[in-house]
Design a protein around this ligand. Sequence first.
Ligand SMILES: Nc1ncnc2c1ncn2[C@@H]1O[C@H](COP(=O)(O)OP(=O)(O)OP(=O)(O)O)[C@@H](O)[C@H]1O
Ligand SMILES: [Mg+2]
Length: 122
Amino acid sequence: MQTLLKTLDFNPQLVRRAAICGYEGEMNVVMHGGDGSLSFAINNDELILEISDDGPGIVDIEKAMQAGFSTASDEHREMGFGAGMGLPNMKKNADDIIVESEKSQGTRVRMVFFIDKGDGAG
Ligand SMILES: Nc1ncnc2c1ncn2[C@@H]1O[C@H](COP(=O)(O)OP(=O)(O)OP(=O)(O)O)[C@@H](O)[C@H]1O
Ligand SMILES: [Mg+2]
């Protein structure tokens, strides 16, 4: 994803923000979700990154968005994950974030990056 965005000549700051969000989102799918997919779309003034999975879903989205909240297992914590900072980090780095989740159905996180926000396409 980073390589493609760089090829498309996006500003490095935007590529960096999108890459952080992509990484955190993918880690969440691997640790908490199920089978997942990542896609992104680009229009004139925004980059939209969408990460979905068909896992157990997020019980309380508001809580999950809070810094420090985590249901990570001991095994994940031993590997250095589980600080409960992934979703807050995604919120911080995206211009807009929409988290949708349905119990036993899965989770979809959609993040929007404004291309013209001072760090737009080169
Ligand atoms: N795709 C998902 N499916 C189910 N639950 C999720 C998903 N993504 C996040 N969660 C829930 O939201 C909580 C908070 O996520 P967040 O990314 O902020 O922290 P974390 O993954 O636990 O730790 P960190 O990202 O700091 O390593 C998770 O612990 C988990 O309970
Ligand atoms: Mg996480």
